[in-house]
Design a protein around this ligand. Structure first.
Ligand SMILES: Cc1cc2nc3c(=O)[nH]c(=O)nc-3n(C[C@H](O)[C@H](O)[C@H](O)COP(=O)(O)O)c2cc1C
Length: 180
């Protein structure tokens, strides 16, 4: 039984849905807590054996809070069993759905002072009805360019939930790092 913290950064809520799914998978063998990256820690990271960070992509990047969190806590992250996953629309593409082939993940890893032990890139959700006019137009243009759905009355979930389950199993089966 490990104590696991999942820290998430979301704009439209889908990354939180992915985190909740991971929490469900891990709950049988672990105690799992969720915390938004913006929220000041109620408990210190040291209380946890494993730390997972999940973050959404918007306009080609993760939020500044994600970078700030990693910068502030990279030593503690390195002392724990740790993982990072990214959620984006581009990860729906078969040639962009691994940490190695996903351009946002590759750029992100170069920008941070942390080498996550476990990595994943999940395809997100396009939810046209909740976007404002500008967002809807931008996403529609991106979808048109990348041969995705352009009907703005629709909601399109691209997440491969079996891939999410596999990632959760990988974390479940990973050992617990001893803090230095
Ligand atoms: C305004 C906006 C900008 C986005 N920019 C990108 C992008 O640059 N690249 C990409 O792959 N996905 C992009 N997406 C898709 C999101 O990454 C996807 O919808 C994801 O599921 C959002 O996760 P969230 O609900 O946790 O915020 C964008 C979505 C919106 C609404």
């Amino acid at each position: 039984m490990a104590n696991i913290l999942i820290i998430y950064s979301t704009n439209d809520g889908h990354t939180l849905e992915v985190c909740k799914k991971i929490q469900q998978h891990l709950a049988a063998n672990n105690k799992v807590e969720l915390q938004p990256v913006e929220q000041p820690a109620i408990r210190t990271l040291d209380d946890f054996d494993k730390i997972i960070i999940g973050a959404a992509i918007r306009y080609g990047t993760h939020t500044q809070e994600v970078f700030r969190f990693i910068k502030t806590h990279h030593q503690m992250l390195n002392a724990k069993t740790n993982a990072f996953f990214s959620v984006s629309a581009v990860a729906r593409k078969p040639n962009r759905n691994t940490p190695q082939s996903n351009p946002y993940m590759q750029r992100f890893l170069k920008q941070i002072d942390w080498k996550p032990q476990h990595l994943a890139t999940f395809a997100g959700k396009i939810n046209y009805p909740i976007y404002n006019l500008w967002e809807r137009l931008i996403i529609q243009l991106i979808m048109w360019i990348t041969k995705g759905p352009t009907d703005t009355s629709g909601v399109y979930e691209f997440t491969d939930w079996e891939q999410v389950a596999r990632f959760a199993r990988e974390i479940d089966q990973s050992g617990v790092s001893k803090a230095t």
